[in-house]
Write a protein that binds this ligand. Structure first.
Ligand code: SAH
Length: 242
């Protein structure tokens, strides 16, 4: 990640108490709302409820509520910075009852937030390609009781056909272009969000809408920085450094 320009704070033994971290969580949520980055009531509640610090390796835990991505086990994997979750989920219009696919489980934090939003009537499927990252996420989610989330080890650039179609899809790694199988696995009326572009800043954050008649509209909504998507519809290993 260093090569991508983020400054990762130095690892250190955690010193903050649970209470301190809970306070920082409330403060982060308040700031995101104040800055106009977080507006949906369901997502505010989710961000208040899900302990982000539980999705971060011990040596970075004290930094849980800083606006930076942090390293997690696996090749180049990170937990994205806090504001990126409302950025993605509000653009998607993620809602109660949605069937949601996440490509790039990472820490599992984004899947837990999504689960809190879609609720028991919805469904969260998340796919991770890196086995070490997958194991880390699965452990985190199980420890916190998120046993209904479908955590899949595999190439999410091809989506996950067994549980398709999906109402909403989020790709949390940067794609060369929107992977065709993901568009196919999107319900009519559904939305997909993905960073598109090479491994160096900036990548375009693209929101795709599939109309009820099946036609596709897409627009750029922001510029972001994500690690490269691997797999069949991702970047080939030689084309990027992490
Ligand atoms: N959403 C995560 C952050 C993801 S970081 C969170 O909330 O913590 C991006 C992740 O995408 C990395 O873990 C990386 O291993 C994974 N990834 C990259 N290419 C992938 C692919 N083709 N399929 C599934 N996961 C992929």
């Amino acid at each position: 990640m260093g090569t991508l320009g983020w400054i990762i704070p130095p690892p250190r033994r955690p010193r903050k108490t649970r209470g301190q971290l809970r306070g920082e969580r409330a403060e982060r949520v308040r700031r995101l709302m104040e800055e106009g980055l977080l507006n949906s009531g369901a997502l505010v509640e989710a961000m208040m409820r899900v302990p982000r610090e539980e999705f971060i390796p011990e040596e970075y835990r004290d930094y849980a509520y800083l606006e930076v991505p942090l390293p997690i086990p696996g090749r180049g994997s990170t937990i994205s910075c806090p504001h990126s979750y409302p950025l993605f989920y509000e653009a998607l219009g993620l809602d109660r009852g949605d069937s949601f696919l996440e490509v790039g489980t990472g820490s599992g934090y984004g899947a837990a937030l999504a689960y809190e939003v879609v609720g028991a009537m919805g469904r969260v499927v998340t796919v991770e390609i890196d086995e070490e990252t997958y194991r880390f996420a699965k452990r985190n989610l199980e420890r916190l009781g998120y046993t209904k989330i479908h955590v899949i080890l595999g190439d999410g650039s091809k989506g996950y056909p067994p549980l398709a179609p999906y109402d909403k899809i989020a790709v949390t790694a940067s794609c060369p272009s929107i992977p065709e199988p993901l568009i196919q696995q999107l319900n009519p009326g559904g939305r997909l969000i993905a960073p598109v572009g090479p491994a160096d800043y900036p990548q375009d954050l693209i929101l795709v809408e599939k109309e009820l008649n099946g036609s596709i509209r897409s627009k750029k909504i922001d510029e972001v920085l994500y690690i490269p998507l691997r797999g069949e519809y991702g970047w080939r290993a030689r084309t990027y450094r992490v």
